[in-house]
Design a protein around this ligand. Structure first.
Ligand code: GTP
Ligand code: MG
Ligand code: ZN
Length: 340
């Protein structure tokens, strides 16, 4: 069985090239000497507010601005988790260099007012592990959300696990959805910040890592951050009684250190995850459990979509219950967007 975290072996050359194109787009106006390979002394960006970067340096949080000759503002080039080299000038801290990133989590926002113009929105840098946070109820658990997050994280080569929060509200319905992911080799942790369940297990996965919580508004990302930090001062929000969804309480991503070498980035809930920047034939590459069957499809370029069942080994595997129907439906739902 393919394991979800063995990204590179499955990445196509095309998707790698495309990813690099996206990465470069995020570094507009960047002088070449700004990015360096390494430095002994560096600080970590914990939050960025317009032109101010809050940098954790030797245990202190400093406010720094970007080098003037870069002619750009902080929030265009720096993200929580970035490692930066500082210099002090006239009682101000300047960011002299950015240390080369090992990963960047981006999502693409399509500007609906300007057709075909995609806007790269970076979320955080140097992530070792992403925790896709979902809740058992309020907001309800849907496999399609998890599948979109997985697609985006895997295309950024970021290892991911699932955390089902509000597990005290779980019923057999949610259990069935979680089983889909357990079966394809993704770790699922169950937590309840109300009943203090699973927090120690979650910590054991986060230890020694720069991790990030992603997921819809109201699932409990900030509540989990409070639980891990043993704090209660990170703002959390109520669930709307009408829609049973979150109210977008967290508005910017923030980095928290909870243990030596262990940090967590709490992010705002994402309204919609756009996947239109992918190529239609790239999507199937990230549904890793398809791989062992797709080689048996009659046509090499089979999209497992409009092709007849008799030529498509994926459709046959879905019918035989070897591939989850839910996952296949997510795949088709994503592909259908390209038809519009
Ligand atoms: N029943 C239940 N509710 C929880 C649990 N953990 C958090 N909540 C509640 O869920 C609501 C939303 O929690 P937040 O931590 O603000 O959610 P968030 O994911 O940070 O939301 P955004 O910042 O809007 O993206 C709050 O009312 C919490 O009290 C839990 O384990 N069980
Ligand atoms: Mg929050
Ligand atoms: Zn096929």
């Amino acid at each position: 069985m393919p394991h979800y975290n063995s990204f590179d072996s499955f990445q196509t050359k095309k998707s790698k090239e495309k990813k690099n194109k996206v990465k470069n787009k995020s570094c507009i106006n960047m002088n070449k000497d700004f990015i360096i390979d390494s430095s002994e002394q560096y600080g970590i960006v914990i939050e960025v507010k317009y032109n101010d970067a809050y940098v954790l340096y030797n245990g202190e949080v400093l406010i720094a601005k970007l080098r003037k000759d870069l002619n750009t503002i902080c929030n265009k080039v720096l993200f929580p988790g970035d490692k930066v080299v500082l210099e002090s000038k006239n009682n101000c801290y300047m960011i002299k260099n950015l240390i080369k990133r090992k990963s960047i989590l981006s999502r693409i926002k399509v500007d609906s007012t300007r057709k075909n113009s995609a806007n790269v929105k970076n979320v955080a840098a140097n992530i070792d592990l992403a925790i896709i946070v979902v809740s058992a109820k309020e907001p309800p658990l849907h496999a399609k959300f998890i599948d979109r997050y997985l697609l985006i994280l895997q295309s950024s080569s970021i290892e991911s696990i699932i955390c089902l929060n509000k597990c005290e509200l779980k019923s057999s319905n949610e259990e069935e959805i979680l089983d889909i992911y357990r079966k394809i080799g993704i770790k699922v942790i169950e937590t309840s910040t109300y009943n203090n369940i699973g927090i120690e297990e979650l910590k054991s996965y986060l230890k020694g890592k720069q991790a990030i919580f992603v997921g819809n508004s109201g699932v409990g990302k900030s509540s989990l951050t409070n639980a891990i930090m043993d704090l209660d001062n990170i703002k959390t929000g109520n669930i709307s009684q009408k829609s049973k969804r979150g109210c977008h309480t967290t508005t910017s991503s923030k980095y928290y250190v909870w243990n030596e070498n262990s940090s967590i980035i709490d992010t705002p809930g994402i309204r919609s995850l756009d996947v239109s920047s992918f190529d239609i034939d790239e999507i199937k590459e990230y549904f890793y459990e398809f791989k062992e069957y797709s080689e048996k499809c009659k046509y090499k370029d089979c999209l497992h979509f409009m092709e007849p069942v008799k030529t498509c080994a994926i459709k046959q595997a879905v019918e035989a219950g070897k591939i989850s129907k839910n996952r296949y439906e997510s795949y088709i739902r994503i592909l259908s967007q390209f038809e519009k």
